[in-house]
Design a protein around this ligand. Structure first.
Ligand SMILES: C[S@@+](CC[C@H](N)C(=O)[O-])C[C@H]1O[C@@H](n2cnc3c(N)ncnc32)[C@H](O)[C@@H]1O
Length: 238
């Protein structure tokens, strides 16, 4: 029994992943956000329990997932990608804290998909080489510096490091390099900004570099440590 945090994609039901659709078709319980495509909800087996998240607070939802996950194959279907403004990390940490196994099935985030579908590329040679992602809702949270993601950065990691240090990132900011991500050859090096260039020297492209405090969540999510074990550096009202 497992809880799968599945990304439903940005809206068009055809933009869910093959794995996500397979899991919906085999689940006992589907817990879905209000905005996911009804066509995807209809893919759950006829005898599955289907719960719309409407109006349920995050704490109550976390508890529900823990309870259901003890006895059922649960799909928690979330818009876009579960870990992009989706509070999927919070749900995963709640499951880790109660020793309920979970899996994250990434989705096509609206981040690039919605502009692309509307004819807008996020990057374009000679026009824009970088993308800035912000939120209009901070949910009462005090947060740290933004997460920086670097594409094609493996060969230039020392320059990337120097630039981020010059921009004010602390040298001890957690940093990870993920090479061949989501494939059987995936390799992940976790380090800090000061040392990441040396520590990732053995990796081969393609690779993404992630710099920010969120990298530190990885250990808790993967090692199954209780959510309370890692002291949060930043406070959050909601
Ligand atoms: C709570 S966030 C969830 C984002 C989601 N996890 C993702 O990866 O796309 C919801 C916001 O994503 C954006 N969004 C999601 N789907 C969208 C769509 N089909 N068209 C336009 N914006 C969308 C809107 O800004 C919306 O308020």
């Amino acid at each position: 029994v497992t809880v799968r945090l599945v990304g439903a994609g940005p809206g068009d039901p055809g933009l869910i992943t093959a794995r996500g659709l397979e899991l919906i078709r085999g689940c006992d319980v589907l817990v879905h956000d209000r905005l996911v495509a009804p066509e995807l909800v209809a893919e759950a087996p006829g005898d599955a329990l289907v719960i719309a998240r409407d109006g349920t607070g995050q704490e109550a939802l976390n508890r529900l997932l823990v309870e259901l996950g003890r006895d059922h194959e649960v799909v928690r279907l979330k818009g876009g990608d579960p870990f992009v403004y989706g509070r999927g990390g919070e749900e995963a940490l709640a499951l880790v804290a109660e020793d309920v196994p979970f899996e994250v099935v990434p989705g096509v985030s609206s981040l690039a998909a919605v502009p692309a579908a509307a004819g807008i590329p996020l990057t374009h040679r000679g026009i824009a080489a970088e993308v800035r992602v912000v939120t209009g809702r901070s949910a009462g949270c005090e947060t740290g510096p933004p997460t920086t993601v670097v594409f094609m950065g493996l060969e230039s990691l020392p320059e990337v490091r120097d630039r981020l240090l010059a921009e004010g990132y602390s040298p001890d900011t957690p940093a990870a390099v993920v090479a061949h991500g989501t494939t059987p050859d995936q390799e992940v090096v976790v380090s800090d900004l000061a040392s990441v260039a040396e520590d990732a020297a053995g990796l081969s492209a393609p690779a993404l570099v992630v710099v920010g405090e969120v990298v530190a969540l990885r250990e808790r999510l993967l090692a199954g440590q209780p959510a309370a074990a890692g002291a949060a550096r930043h406070s959050c009202a909601a």
